[in-house]
Ligand binder design. Structure first.
Ligand SMILES: *[C@@H]1O[C@H](CO)[C@@H](O)[C@H](O)[C@H]1NC(C)=O
Ligand SMILES: *[C@@H]1O[C@H](CO)[C@@H](O)[C@H](O)[C@H]1NC(C)=O
Ligand SMILES: *[C@@H]1O[C@H](CO)[C@@H](O)[C@H](O)[C@H]1NC(C)=O
Ligand SMILES: *[C@@H]1O[C@H](CO)[C@@H](O)[C@H](O)[C@H]1NC(C)=O
Ligand SMILES: *[C@@H]1O[C@H](CO)[C@@H](O)[C@H](O)[C@H]1NC(C)=O
Ligand SMILES: *[C@@H]1O[C@H](CO)[C@@H](O)[C@H](O)[C@H]1NC(C)=O
Length: 355
């Protein structure tokens, strides 16, 4: 009897230990588990909250026109009022002053396309709004924007690079996408925090496609399935992080794929135009997000995924629509109004940074 009992005890301990080590293996990239007592911050719902938005966009003097929906005449305001509520816990409150004080002497860089610009501006607006008297310096050197708060000695940079890997122009004018080359990376290395993003530009074809040839190791070809090219570029990036980045000094994040609402969905909405409330359900599967997660899972170094794809998919109401840069001629169902959805992404960043 007692030996049966001790067998059971030992057996369940073994099961427990193997479960724990499994969870540990996941921890490396399933960052949503880190520092949050196992609560998945990205599983939850949008709730109406009268205290929102987190800042008044009209007191953010450096906001780009394309994100400034209220100023561009957007009449409905409910989209400003939704707060992300995780199912099992609360998101830590964002205290911008405390954040700045703890980040003193440090530098953070967003690397990516205009969705990175969107998140970078959201963060700088959140920080500025909390201490509008604090001087800021905003300058641009080449493709890099540098936003500094001298009072706190903090810097928030944006490095524009839609593909992460290189595109070079050969002597004969041919533009070559080099899937195995990452020559910008030297400029990313010394940051304390890096937040990458890449996807939307991989979809461009025809006139908007910025390359003529693809080079991958010793082979050159005209084009390929975009998901395959995307995965190869991410692999190049992942190898660079694994071999070159000291993740005990530099925390590395990847912004999950930001969903657009350009296409009709089965749940009824056509595009984002005229949508004023979050969607009730979403069923889209984003293959590119699965590829990104696969690459992150295969890495040796710890990388944090901002797993924002599904939760942003609900927010067809959050895009500039005709209140972006182009009115009806250039409906924008890709970027996000500020204040808005992207502020929540920065709350995740804040939570996972655990400053
Ligand atoms: C990201 O979120 C999706 C949807 O909630 C989930 O299926 C997926 O497992 C999450 N990915 C990671 C790496 O946690
Ligand atoms: C935002 O700031 C502007 C300019 O200071 C002000 O007129 C407006 O009432 C503010 N909006 C809200 C919702 O507080
Ligand atoms: C400000 O931060 C930078 C790193 O970003 C550091 O090199 C410099 O010494 C800091 N300056 C002061 C006055 O603390
Ligand atoms: C231009 O040069 C690249 C390599 O340098 C070559 O692969 C390509 O075929 C050339 N294109 C033309 C139009 O000559
Ligand atoms: C590329 O070509 C070089 C020189 O011909 C060769 O040494 C190398 O092994 C090739 N690399 C691959 C991945 O095939
Ligand atoms: C990742 O770790 C494996 C096993 O420890 C090792 O063989 C591989 O070289 C590592 N890769 C990089 C890029 O560091």
């Amino acid at each position: 009897m007692s030996s049966l009992l001790s067998f059971l005890v030992v057996f369940s301990l073994l099961v427990l230990v193997s479960m724990l080590s499994h969870v540990h293996g996941k921890l490396i990239n399933d960052v949503n588990q880190l520092g949050t007592n196992g609560c998945d911050l990205f599983e939850g719902r949008w709730v109406y909250d009268d205290s929102y938005p987190l800042y008044n966009s009209s007191v953010c003097p450096f906001i780009e026109k394309q994100f400034d929906c209220l100023k561009n005449g957007r009449p409905d305001k409910d989209y400003l009022k939704y707060r992300w509520q995780p199912n099992e816990c609360n998101l830590p409150r964002f205290n911008a002053i405390e954040f700045q004080q703890k980040f003193k002497g440090k530098q953070m860089m967003f690397v990516g396309d205009s969705i990175s610009l969107n998140q970078w501006q959201s963060l700088t607006c959140m920080l500025h709004a909390a201490d509008p008297q604090a001087k800021y310096i905003s300058k641009r050197i080449g493709g890099t924007s540098i936003f500094t708060f001298p009072k706190y000695n903090t810097s928030y940079l944006l490095f524009r690079n839609a593909f992460l890997v290189d595109i070079t122009t050969e002597n004969n004018g041919t533009r070559v996408l080099k899937l195995d080359s990452l020559s910008s990376a030297a400029q990313w290395k010394d940051m304390d925090v890096l937040i990458f993003d890449s996807w939307h530009w991989w979809l461009h074809t025809g006139r908007k496609q910025p390359w003529d040839l693809v080079q991958d190791g010793n082979s050159t070809y005209k084009d390929g399935p975009r998901l395959t090219l995307y995965e190869k570029a991410l692999d190049t990036w992942a190898k660079w992080v694994d071999s070159e980045v000291d993740t005990t000094k530099t925390k590395v994040f990847f912004q999950g794929v930001s969903p657009d609402h350009d296409n009709p969905t089965s749940s009824g909405s056509k595009t984002c135009e005229g949508v004023t409330q979050p969607l009730k359900s979403t069923e889209e599967v984003h293959q590119e997000e699965l590829i990104l997660e696969k690459v992150l899972r295969g890495m040796n170094k710890s990388v944090y995924l901002l797993n924002i794809t599904k939760l942003s998919q609900y927010r067809a109401d959050g895009h500039p629509s005709v209140y972006g840069h182009g009115g009806h001629r250039d409906l924008d169902c890709t970027h996000w109004c500020l204040a808005g959805v992207v502020d929540a992404w920065n709350l995740f960043l804040n939570a996972l940074l655990g400053l």
